[in-house]
Structure formats: structure tokens, C-alpha cells
Write a protein that binds this ligand. Structure first.
Ligand code: ADP
Length: 486
């Protein structure tokens, strides 16, 4: 099967979150299942810099009259069996050649022409689907998140006797790519598309809605999230549409890319370790404490959080539970950036608890590895969570996840109780309500287990043993592609 994967990010070239990890890992995992995957990416500076041997395969003109070249090149190490991934890149410096974040300027304001930047991506996908590269064309186009969300609409209106099916994967329904109605004129779609049965959403244009209406199938990154987004609580106004498409909506869990995340071979850890020999874990913890200015306390449970500092990720709960962690004799380490108010509140708490709490307001891939490798507990107390990757990294790196029972967190972490301890299914701590009381109770349970060292080791072993690779998920995607092609 020939698949074109369309996304705005791809690890290691460009990453702002889990989307990049998935886009970077999926082609090789699908390749191992017999799929021939090529990627399509906007020509952001980091993408262009990482592309090897680029050659122009064609060009097209956007609906607003801008010329875009499509080049095909190689991304070493990201393809099947460690080979190169073939990647198409849109060369449109006027749209993409800007420093920093792919979506917004240095003041965190979304770029005013974002609708054009990602409409170009969608039209690029449609042109490739319908023959722009004489040497290769996909049988199916797999689009990720709102940035690629207009592609199914462009393809649905393409004048062609044969249809190329589309799969759209939602990584986060909260980010919808909404633009003023006036932007519709730039999109090159018939006027009828701007309606309640098209991409119009409360008077605006929504790229997310375009995908949900026009894609042949919709997937989410966990089965629970596929159910949750059909409710008003988590549907962000699109739950009715999603319910109407329930027959074409399913969830496939993300995996962990073992070539990047494996504590036994992780070059970013000073002391690699595995489930059989955990001395390295203790050494990593001491190094992490030293690096981040925490007191060198080998027996203090070290709670950590790596992620976007937003309400979604449960930072208000973490702030409300600082005393529970620190007062109980533990330590707290946070790495992330995000909402200014949350950043300030975290920094103030760290200042109030020197040696016990540390905060790094940064994006630091290598430090993230060291945190999973050195901490005891990985906090993911999210309000909602499409899949979540950090709890999976925590499991693999022997840092027990403490999570809310929602979305992919509910699908991947088993709460520790007598029964799950006994049958060896326990892997972490799960609480139900998005409130500080429930969160604190889970923190206290983590302390209680930490004092029972044999039980702690057992739960940690359970988590590290879980097979969380991409094989199973890639198989599911392959089967889904096959069903869409049949
Ligand atoms: P989301 O995609 O919602 O941000 P995920 O848990 O799915 O959350 O994926 C987040 C990814 O980004 C993980 O690989 C995580 O390690 C990484 N990450 C998030 N914030 C940071 C940071 N400040 N420094 C390094 N890595 C980070």
C-alpha cells in the first residue's frame, strides 16, 4: 500500500508535541508491516535543513496565486529498517521561511496568514494524490491534525474519475484551525463548502471541521478519546458531527519509538539501565538532582512533569499539590513552557521550596530523557488527554505514571490496588476527578507505595515490561488502510 502521510511536524526535524513523535515513528513502523509511506511537510527552515538530496518533482499555484515547488528528498534513518524516509516538502519561502515556532510568532500570536500556510499544505497533498509526481502517487492520504485538515476537503472536490481515500487522525480536538469567514475566499473551494454541512463553524472557517466532514475515516490516538469526543464535555462543539460519523470513527493508541526511547540504549542518559538492573536508575536520579539544584536525597520520591504548561495538562492540580509532595518529603521537578501565569506560579513555588522543587521553563529534549530516566513518578494529571506520550515514557523508564483516568491515560495506566498488585497488572496511580483533592490523594498513595519498597519495585517492573512499541498500532493502521481501499 502506498500511503502519503501529511503533517506539520516530524521528529527529529521539528517538534512542538506528541504529533511530531508519531509522525516520525509511524512511517518506519508501517514500513515493517509492508506499507510504502512517504511524508509531506511544509518547508519550515528545520525541515528544509534536514532534507537530503532534494529534487523538484513539480509545482502548483495556490488559489491566491502563489507558486509552490514540491521537492522530494530523503530523511535519513526514518524509513523502513533504519533506511531513509522519502519526504515531499513544499518550498514556499514566503509562507514557511520564518524562525521559531511553526504556528506563531515570538509574541505567541498565530501568524495572520496561517490559513494560507496550511491550505497550501492541503493543496500540495491533493496535487500529489492526483498525479503531480509522475513517478509515485499514493493510494491513500493520511492527514494529521488541523494543519493537514483541509486536505480531505481539497481532495473531495478534485475533479477526477477515481477517488483517493483519506484518513484523518485527531491528535488534539482542542486546536481546530479556525479563521475568519473572509479567509474562505483564499481556499479554492466551491462556495457550497462554506455551509453547515461543510467547513463553516459558527460563522468561521474550521480546518478541523473540514477534516471531520470530508475524510473517509477519522481516527483518534486512543480508543477512550474516540468515545469522549462524542460527548458535549469533550467535543469542543463538534461532538454532534462526530456522533453522526461514529461509524467511521475509531481509536488507535500511539506507541513508543524504541529507537528514541529505550532506557537500555538511551545515549542521552549518563547511566543506561533496564528492568533487570536498576543501579543506573539511582545514578541518573542523583545526577538529575545535582543538575537541577535539588537536594541529593536518594530516598526522597522525585515527582516530575514534562509537558506544555497548560490547564489541559493539569498544572493547576500540580500547583495545588506542591505542599503534598514537598511536605511529604518528596521532590518536584517540572520541565515545560506555556501559559505565562502558570509559568510564574510554578517559578514562585520553586523559589519558595529550594532544594525540594525545581522548574525549568524551557523546551529541552535531552533533559526530558534525563527526567524520565532519573525520576520516580511521572505526573500527567490532565483534564483531557488524546493519548499522552509522557506516561508511556515514564512506564518505560521506571518512573511510575500518576495520571487522571481520561483519554489515552485511562487506556495505558493501571491503578495500583491490592488486586492489581497481586495479578501484576498495576503500573501506576490513577485518579478520577479533575480536582486537587483527588490529585492529592493519588500523591499520598504514591508515597505509601514508595515506602513499601518491594511493592514499588514490582509495580515499576510491571510498567517497564509492557510492550508499548509501534508494532500493534501499525498493524491496526494497516488494517484500517486496507479496509478503506477495499
Ligand atoms: P502533547 O502532544 O499534548 O503536547 P504528548 O504527551 O502527546 O503531549 O507529547 C508531548 C511530547 O513533547 C513528548 O515527547 C514530551 O516528552 C515532549 N515535550 C513536551 N514538553 C517538553 C519540553 N518542555 N521539553 C522537552 N520535551 C517536551
Amino acid at each position: 500500500m502506498r500511503i502519503l502521510q501529511v503533517s506539520a511536524e516530524l521528529f527529529p526535524l521539528l517538534k512542538t508535541g506528541g504529533l511530531a513523535d508519531v509522525a516520525g515513528a509511524l512511517p518506519a513502523a508501517l514500513g515493517a508491516q509492508g506499507c510504502a509511506v512517504r511524508a509531506l511537510l511544509p518547508g519550515f527552515p528545520a525541515v528544509v535543513a534536514g532534507l537530503r538530496a532534494p529534487e523538484k518533482v513539480g509545482s502548483f499555484t495556490t488559489p491566491w496565486g502563489e507558486g509552490v515547488d514540491i521537492v522530494l528528498g530523503e530523511l535519513p534513518g526514518l524509513g523502513t529498517a533504519g533506511g531513509a524516509l522519502q519526504a515531499y516538502v513544499l518550498m514556499a519561502p514566503g509562507l514557511y521561511d520564518r524562525p521559531g515556532n511553526p504556528y506563531h510568532d515570538t509574541q505567541h500570536n498565530p501568524y495572520a496568514d496561517n490559513h494560507r500556510r496550511f491550505a497550501a499544505l492541503a493543496w500540495g497533498a491533493a496535487h500529489l494524490a492526483y498525479g503531480l509526481d509522475a513517478g509515485w502517487s499514493p493510494q491513500l492520504v493520511h492527514c494529521h491534525d488541523w494543519h493537514a485538515g483541509l486536505s480531505p476537503a481539497c481532495m473531495a472536490y478534485w475533479d477526477s474519475p477515481q477517488r483517493v481515500p483519506t484518513l484523518f487522525t485527531i491528535h488534539n480536538l482542542a486546536y481546530q484551525g479556525c479563521f475568519a469567514a473572509a479567509c474562505f475566499a483564499d481556499l479554492g473551494l466551491p462556495a457550497s463548502a462554506f455551509g453547515v454541512n461543510g467547513l463553516e463553524f459558527y460563522g468561521q472557517v474550521s480546518f478541523m471541521k473540514a477534516a471531520l466532514v470530508y475524510a473517509d475515516h477519522i481516527s483518534t490516538v486512543s480508543p477512550s478519546y474516540a468515545r469522549e469526543i462524542q460527548t458535549p464535555e469533550q467535543g469542543f462543539g463538534l461532538d454532534g458531527l462526530l456522533r453522526s460519523r461514529a461509524a467511521q470513527l475509531s481509536g488507535i493508541l500511539n506507541g513508543v519509538d524504541a529507537s528514541v526511547w529505550d532506557p537500555g540504549y538511551d545515549a542521552l542518559l549518563a547511566h543506561p539501565f533496564d528492568g533487570r538492573k536498576l543501579t543506573g536508575k539511582a545514578l541518573n536520579k542523583a545526577a538529575l538532582q545535582a543538575e537541577t539544584g535539588l537536594d541529593l536525597l536518594p530516598d526522597a520520591p522525585l515527582f516530575s512533569l514534562v509537558g506544555r504548561l497548560t490547564e489541559q495538562k493539569g498544572l493547576p492540580l500540580v500547583l495545588g499539590g506542591v505542599e503534598e509532595v514537598v511536605g511529604g518529603g518528596g521532590q518536584l521537578l517540572v520541565l515545560g513552557s506555556g501559559d505565562t501565569a502558570l509559568e510564574h506560579a510554578l517559578a514562585a513555588q520553586a523559589q519558595a521550596h529550594p532544594g525540594r522543587m525545581a522548574v525549568r521553563l524551557d523546551y529541552d529534549e535531552a533533559l526530558a530523557h534525563r527526567i524520565f530516566g532519573g525520576s520516580d513518578v511521572t505526573l500527567v494529571p490532565s483534564r483531557f488527554e488524546p493519548c499522552g506520550l509522557t506516561q508511556l515514557y515514564g512506564l518505560k523508564y521506571g518512573s511510575l505514571p500518576l495520571v487522571r483516568r481520561v483519554g489515552g491515560l485511562a487506556d495505558t495506566v493501571v491503578d495500583t490496588d491490592l488486586e492489581s498488585l497481586d495479578d501484576r497488572s498495576a503500573t501506576g496511580f490513577v485518579f478520577d476527578n479533575f480536582d486537587t483533592t483527588d490529585y492529592r490523594r493519588a500523591v499520598r498513595r504514591a508515597f505509601a507505595l514508595y515506602r513499601r519498597r518491594a511493592d514499588w519495585s514490582r509495580v515499576r517492573q510491571n510498567g517497564m515490561r509492557i510492550a508499548s512499541g509501534w508494532e500493534q498500532s501499525a498493524l491496526r493502521y494497516r488494517d484500517l488502510y486496507a479496509s478503506l481501499l477495499s
